[in-house]
Structures are given as structure tokens and as C-alpha cells.
Design a protein around this ligand. Structure first.
Ligand SMILES: Nc1ncnc2c1ncn2[C@@H]1O[C@H](COP(=O)(O)OP(=O)(O)O)[C@@H](O)[C@H]1O
Ligand SMILES: O=C(OP(=O)(O)O)[C@H](O)COP(=O)(O)O
Length: 407
């Protein structure tokens, strides 16, 4: 079977360009520490200790969102976890970035600015087009090798993920290697009993896009979060439209056809919320049955308690449960009932369980649950459900192409 090279194959004393996924929750401008830092720190420490000259790239948020911030704080958090100094330069591939890269000595580590701050990074394009961008053509020649550790971003065809492997000998970092192996093994597993997928979160497009491809693998989908509201909207309920957010209408336009087709063709496999929660005039959690919503006047921020009670027995009767996305805004305790209720129900059973996503997996630690009660907790969300379909991840394919080219 074709495979990629790992750090075990990396020659000594390289100038290495490394892609991490440090995309993190940001609260009031403050980047929140999470498992992505501790996991990537292992790769960074290994490269520094081996005496390579290390320049790191990563993205944070999406342009236009509150989470789209500089990586300056990320350098400090990563340094603490890795136990090595991590310098930061507020530039992606301009003169300041090139000067800092050329200044690297053996064992030094430098973090470049948020890759999404260069226009060349987004949107999705073919690898050949990205490889010909100014970003890749300028930065690439400064290095001997490219290491991709960003498994959780490997479903994206962005310049920093698929452009550099066409220019440089490329290797998988330790996180890429272990997450790829774990998620591939999970995708290949067969289950005799029912397989349930809990679908929520804000990145509805990522999950809705793979629901059809998971046909035959997943018996039942339990819906919540933004994705769940979009399904309720398709079923005729006046929810899932933007009031103060930009989460719904754009994703509705992109996914309406697929949602309607999923509902037409496999309505009995999809369970929608029967009630939703919102903040009332006093700021208290209030719940309403979806049948009683006549007009959309407020934002819904969680599934309701009756829905949690509907979902619990389905989880108890499942042989495997996959979670992608939170069922509500669990960071606010008032709206944690759905996410925590469902995760606790999973933890109490002995079913095979996987919880994925940078944000969603954080609920486990935030609410004092034990990670050992789940079979696998992945720092990847969209990449892990794409892997479940058996479809290749673009950035992984490019690592394999690089190994084949240099064989
Ligand atoms: N109804 C909702 N409205 C707004 N945000 C929601 C809602 N339900 C869940 N969320 C948010 O979804 C986020 C997780 O979504 P997403 O980024 O898609 O997942 P992950 O990063 O875990 O892959 C959580 O941080 C939670 O606050
Ligand atoms: O956090 C990520 O994905 P995830 O939320 O599916 O785990 C990745 O960093 C990809 O980020 P993106 O979904 O803005 O391209």
C-alpha cells in the first residue's frame, strides 16, 4: 500500500517548514489552550531536539470572524508545551518572514503569522495552482523539507497544505501519523449492531456534505447545533435563519438541496430535535417544543431536555457512536445540557465511541468527564468524518505523492 514518509525518514540537519493545526477557540481575543497545542508540541520538540532549523505555519479562524487573529499568543502557548523557545514573526512570506527564516540556527523554532492572512492561502484550489502561488514559490526555496502535522486540516485544499509537497520532499509529523492511523483503522472497523452519528456544531457544510457518503456505515443520525436547525428548517419549522449571526443562511444556500434529499430518501434514519433552548428576557435558559415555534424571533442555542431524553435510549442501544459537533453552545453552561447529556450517555455505555473536533472534544474536559470513557477522542472534526467515508484526505494524498515521486 502506498504510504507517506514520517519523521523517522527525515535526513539530519534540515531547514524544515512545518504545517501545524493550532486553530483554537478564542474568547474575548484570548486564545484558549487546548489539546492541539500539547499534541503538536511533541512534533516541534522532536524536530528542535534533533537539531533542525524549524519554521512553523498554522492558521487561526476564518477571515471576517472574531476568531481570525494573529498567532502571537499561539507561539507562547506552544513554547510552554514544547519546552523550547518559539519565536514569532508577524509576517507570512514577506521580507520580515524571510529574514527571520534565514536567521534560524540549529534547534531554533520560529512561528510565522496566520497563513490565512495571505490571499494565496484560500480558497480551495488544485495543488498545482497552489504550488505556483507567490506564497509557495517564495517560501519553498528557503527549505530542504516540508513536514505536515495538520491532520485536522487535511480535508482542506489550501496552499500551505497541498502546495508545498509539490515543491519539497515531504513527511508526516507525529500527530499526522498517529491520527491518520487511528482514524483509518476506525473507518475500516465493521460493527454488527447499530451505528449512530451525533451531528452538530457550526460547520454544518462539513457534516452535511458527508452524510450521504456515510450511507451504509451509519444507521441513525441524531441532529443538533447549527446543522440540526438547518434540517428543522427544511422540515418546515421557522428556525435556522440568521438573526444576529452569520451561521445559517449561507450554509442553508450551500446545503439546502442535500438536506432535502437526505430527508426525502432516509427520513427514518434522521432524528431531529423535538425541542430547543434559548435565553429568555431574564437571561435564563428556556425551552420550547419545535411544534410551538410559529415565528423565528430568537436564536436557539441548544437542544432541549426532551430531545436529550429522546437521544439517550438510541445511544444506549448502539454498538458504536460517532460524535461530530456540539449540540449547543456548551461553552455557556446554560446551553451545555444537550452536549453534556449526550456525551454522558455515551460515557455510561460500553459502546465503541469517537468524539471529534477541536471545539467539541473540549466539552469533555470542561465538564469533568473522563476521556477514558470514550474509545477515541480526536483533535480532528471535519477530517475525521471525511476519513470515516473512506475518501482520501487531499493533504494526505499529497504526502503520499511526494514519497512516490522521490522513491
Ligand atoms: N445552535 C448553535 N448556535 C451557535 N453555535 C453553536 C450551536 N450549537 C453548537 N454551537 C457551537 O458549535 C461549536 C462546535 O462546532 P464545530 O466548530 O463545527 O465543531 P468542532 O470544532 O468540534 O469540529 C461549539 O463551540 C458550539 O458553541
Ligand atoms: O478546526 C478545524 O476543523 P474542525 O473544526 O473540523 O476540527 C481545522 O482547523 C480546519 O479549520 P476550517 O474548518 O476553518 O478550515
Amino acid at each position: 500500500m502506498s504510504s507517506f514518509r514520517t519523521l523517522d525518514d527525515l535526513p539530519a540537519e534540515q531547514r524544515v517548514l512545518v504545517r501545524l493545526d493550532l486553530n483554537s477557540p478564542v474568547e474575548d481575543g484570548v486564545v484558549q489552550d487546548n489539546r492541539r497545542f500539547s499534541r503538536h508540541a511533541e512534533t516541534v520538540a522532536e524536530l528542535a531536539e534533533a537539531g533542525h532549523r524549524v519554521a512553523l505555519m498554522a492558521h487561526q479562524g476564518r477571515p471576517g470572524r472574531d476568531t481570525f487573529v494573529s498567532l502571537e499568543q499561539h507561539a507562547e502557548i506552544l513554547a510552554e508545551h514544547a519546552g523550547v523557545d518559539v519565536d514569532f514573526v508577524a509576517d507570512t512570506f514577506g521580507d520580515d518572514a524571510l529574514a527571520a527564516v534565514r536567521d534560524l540556527d540549529t534547534g531554533d523554532v520560529l512561528l510565522l503569522e496566520n497563513t490565512r492572512m495571505t490571499d494565496d492561502e484560500l480558497p480551495e484550489k488544485e495543488p498545482e495552482e497552489h504550488a505556483a502561488s507567490d506564497f509557495v514559490e517564495t517560501l519553498g526555496p528557503e527549505f530542504d523539507a516540508f513536514v505536515n502535522d495538520a491532520y485536522s486540516a487535511a480535508h482542506r485544499k489550501h496552499a500551505s497544505l497541498v502546495g508545498f509537497p509539490l515543491r519539497l520532499p515531504s513527511y508526516a509529523g507525529r500527530v499526522m501519523e498517529t491520527e491518520y492511523e487511528a482514524n483509518t483503522a476506525i473507518a475500516e472497523r465493521e460493527f454488527d449492531g447499530d451505528v449512530t452519528m451525533v451531528v452538530g456544531g457550526t460547520k454544518a457544510t462539513d457534516v452535511i456534505g458527508v452524510m450521504e457518503a456515510l450511507d451504509g456505515k451509519v444507521d441513525r443520525f441524531l441532529l443538533g447545533g447549527v446543522a440540526g436547525e438547518l434540517f428543522l428548517r427544511a422540515a418546515g419549522y421557522p428556525v435556522g435563519e440568521d438573526i444576529d449571526t452569520e451561521l445559517f443562511d449561507e450554509q442553508w444556500d450551500a446545503n439546502e438541496e442535500t438536506i432535502r434529499s437526505v430527508l426525502d430518501e432516509r427520513r427514518d434514519q434522521v432524528t431531529l430535535a423535538s425541542d430547543l433552548a434559548y435565553a429568555d428576557a431574564d437571561g435564563e435558559r428556556a425551552e420550547v417544543a419545535v411544534d410551538d415555534i410559529v415565528e423565528k424571533t430568537q436564536s436557539f442555542l441548544d437542544i432541549g431536555s426532551d430531545t436529550v431524553a429522546d437521544y439517550e435510549p438510541v445511544i444506549r442501544d448502539s454498538e458504536a457512536v460517532f460524535v461530530k459537533g456540539a449540540l449547543g453552545v456548551f461553552e455557556d453552561e446554560r446551553f451545555s445540557v444537550g452536549t453534556v447529556g449526550v456525551l454522558e450517555a455515551i460515557a455510561e455505555t460500553d459502546c465503541f465511541s469517537v468524539v471529534g473536533g477541536g471545539d467539541t472534544s473540549r466539552a469533555i474536559t470542561m465538564y469533568g468527564m473522563d476521556e477514558d470513557d470514550f474509545s477515541h477522542v480526536s483533535i480532528a472534526g471535519g477530517a475525521y468524518i471525511r476519513a470515516l467515508t473512506g475518501e482520501p484526505l487531499p493533504a494526505v494524498e499529497l504526502l503520499i505523492r511526494s514519497a512516490e515521486r522521490d522513491a
